[in-house]
Design a protein around this ligand. Structure first.
Ligand SMILES: Nc1ncnc2c1ncn2[C@@H]1O[C@H](COP(=O)(O)OP(=O)(O)O)[C@@H](O)[C@H]1O
Ligand SMILES: [Mg+2]
Length: 307
């Protein structure tokens, strides 16, 4: 039985300026024990899909099950199977960290949970904040509490919606160490993130959403191998010659260009040389997940969806 099954999920939001098709016939399964990445640009529909999964929004069409429980008709069982870390920072300012975690335990009917609460506090670097009031915490610390709240009832399926957006390196490392450990212990993880190097390092399989549709779904290694492209990376102080400019990714002084084979590498270098450009710190390497993501989002390649 899959941990999560998305079956033909559609969602249309009505708005005064017409309707928005946020999800369009989304279907895929996440197997038990997987570390699964859901990627896509802003507005692709990731949070909408997670809101429907969590029972916070209703799908316009289709079904979602969690460990076989339909999120609408068996809401309580589905919700109990899930630990959800929301994208938005939501918290009750009147409680201390420990109180917030005890209340959340009570919500799921879990009693005598202090040993696990202490373990969460230690593993998420919150031990010295246990008695602090929620409103006294920094944004990063509130984010840690949200993670602890999601895990307080030891859910078999953990869902993290952009958990590292705007958080410091230390929290990212703490979080990934802990979530990777939970995954090794058998928890299924569904993660959305903008940090593609995190997804590349952590996720066994990845789905990419674009305008509410799944445009790629495969093992991370297969997605990376699928491009079979070479990337040229270098620094340049001058504008790129026009014939290269429209196919390059430029970030400040850093230029990245895709080449299909060694001959194309040579011809790019020849164009640069001919235009009097001196590339600095030239590197030639394999495409990474960010390259794959950009290629798929630009629609240069047909959708790559493995069976
Ligand atoms: N409550 C809502 N009402 C109207 N439109 C919404 C609502 N929530 C999301 N949308 C729209 O649905 C689309 C998907 O949004 P979202 O799921 O937040 O994307 P993502 O999480 O991938 O950035 C966007 O076009 C967004 O504007
Ligand atoms: Mg979102």
């Amino acid at each position: 039985m899959p941990a999560i099954s998305f079956q033909n999920v559609g969602k249309t939001f009505a708005s005064p300026r017409g309707s928005v098709r946020a999800l369009d016939d989304v279907s895929f399964d996440i197997e038990a024990g997987e570390f699964f990445g859901l990627l896509g640009p802003n507005g692709a529909g990731k949070t909408t899909l997670i809101s429907i999964l969590a029972g916070l929004a209703r799908a316009t069409s289709g079904h979602i099950t969690v460990l076989g429980h339909d999120v609408v008709t068996a809401y309580a069982d589905a919700r109990r199977s899930l630990g959800i870390v929301p994208q938005e920072l939501v918290f009750d300012p009147f409680f201390s960290v420990r109180e917030a975690l005890r209340i959340q335990s009570g919500y799921f009917g879990v009693r005598g949970n202090d040993a696990w609460i202490d373990e969460l506090l230690v593993n998420l670097g919150l031990a010295d904040k246990a008695n602090a009031n929620m409103r006294q915490l920094s944004g990063g610390m509130k984010r840690r509490v949200l993670v602890a709240q999601a895990l307080v009832h030891r859910p078999p399926v953990i869902v993290l919606d952009e958990p590292t957006a705007g958080v410091d390196v230390e929290l990212r490392q703490t979080l990934w160490q802990f979530v990777a450990r939970l995954n090794k212990e058998g928890h299924t993880v569904l993660l959305t993130t903008h940090y593609l190097e995190e997804a590349e390092a952590l996720c066994h399989r990845i789905a990419m959403l674009k305008q509410g549709r799944v445009v790629a779904l495969d093992r991370t290694s297969a997605l990376l191998a699928g491009t079979a492209s070479t990337m040229l990376r270098f620094k340049l102080d001058k504008p790129l010659p026009a014939q290269l400019a429209d196919r390059a990714r430029v970030t400040g002084r850093i230029v990245q260009l895709k080449a299909h084979d060694a001959r194309e590498v040579e011809s790019i270098l020849a164009v640069l040389h001919g235009a009097g450009c001196e590339p600095e710190d030239l590197e030639i390497g394999r495409a990474d997940l960010e390259d794959v993501f950009i290629e798929i989002m630009q629609g240069e390649t047909p959708a790559r969806v493995a069976a």
